[in-house]
Design a protein. Structure first.
Length: 206
C-alpha cells in the first residue's frame, strides 16, 4: 500500500532522522482502546515512532512502554485529561460529542491536548479536536487527520494558530524519538538538539 501521503509530506518538513519504528502491536492497541487506528497514525509510528517535536509537542504512544529513565507518554493520561476537561467546561455545551469519543494522540507544552473525535466507524474520517488551554473556544474541530493537521501546523498554513503555543518558526522541525531523548538526557545532552548541556543532571527529575 505504501506510506500515507500526509506522512510522506511531513518527512519533507520534519526529517525523521531521529525517529524509529515503534513496532506497535496494533491488535493489542485496538483491543485496549476498542477502535482501529487511522492509517496515518500507524505510518507515523512506523516512520517516526512516539516522541517530541521541537521539544514543545509530543506524539503519544498507543500503548504504555518502559523507558531507560522514565515511562514515555502514551494515550491514556491525556485521554483521561481531555474527557475530564470536557465535563469541566460544560459537556455538550463545550463540544457536542460523547466524551468517550475523544481519544488523545498528542499534547503540546501549551498545554493543549490533540485528539481524534472517533464518532465515525471509519478511522480515516476522524477529525482532529484541539482542546486548548489558552484558545477560544476551548474545543475546536479541524477536518483533517493527525498527519495532515501536523503538516499544516508545521508548514504554518493556519491564519490563526489552532494551538496555544507556537512551536515552529519556519525552520525544519526536529523530531526526536523518546528513546533518543532519554539517551541524550542520560548522557548530559540537550534533549532537543543533542548538544552538550552544562546544566543537565541525569539524576534529576525529567
Amino acid at each position: 500500500m505504501g506510506e500515507h501521503p500526509h506522512v510522506t509530506a511531513l518527512t519533507r518538513i520534519m526529517p525523521p532522522v531521529n525517529g524509529a519504528d515503534e513496532g506497535v502491536d496494533w491488535a493489542a492497541a485496538e483491543e485496549r482502546w476498542g477502535v482501529p487506528f487511522p492509517a496515518d497514525y500507524r505510518d507515523f509510528m512506523a516512520r517516526y515512532g512516539g516522541g517530541s517535536i521541537n521539544g514543545e509537542a509530543v506524539v503519544l504512544l498507543p500503548l504504555p512502554e518502559q523507558g531507560p529513565r522514565w515511562a514515555p507518554a502514551d494515550l491514556a493520561e491525556e485521554t483521561a485529561n481531555v474527557r475530564h476537561t470536557w465535563r469541566a467546561e460544560g459537556g455538550r455545551e463545550a463540544l457536542d460529542a460523547d466524551p468517550g469519543h475523544l481519544l488523545a494522540w498528542g499534547v503540546t507544552a501549551g498545554p493543549d491536548i490533540l485528539c481524534w473525535l472517533t464518532e465515525d466507524p471509519d478511522p480515516e474520517r476522524w477529525p482532529v479536536v484541539v482542546c486548548g488551554r489558552h484558545t477560544s473556544p476551548t474545543f475546536a474541530v479541524h477536518p483533517y487527520g493527525m498527519a495532515e493537521f501536523l503538516y499544516r501546523l508545521l508548514a504554518d498554513e493556519y491564519e490563526d494558530p489552532p494551538v496555544s503555543l507556537v512551536f515552529w518558526d519556519g525552520a525544519p522541525a526536529r523530531f526526536v524519538h523518546w528513546r533518543e531523548e532519554q539517551r541524550r538526557f542520560l548522557a548530559g545532552l540537550d534533549r532537543v538538539t543533542g548538544d552538550p548541556d552544562p546544566y543537565a543532571d541525569p539524576y534529576a527529575e525529567p
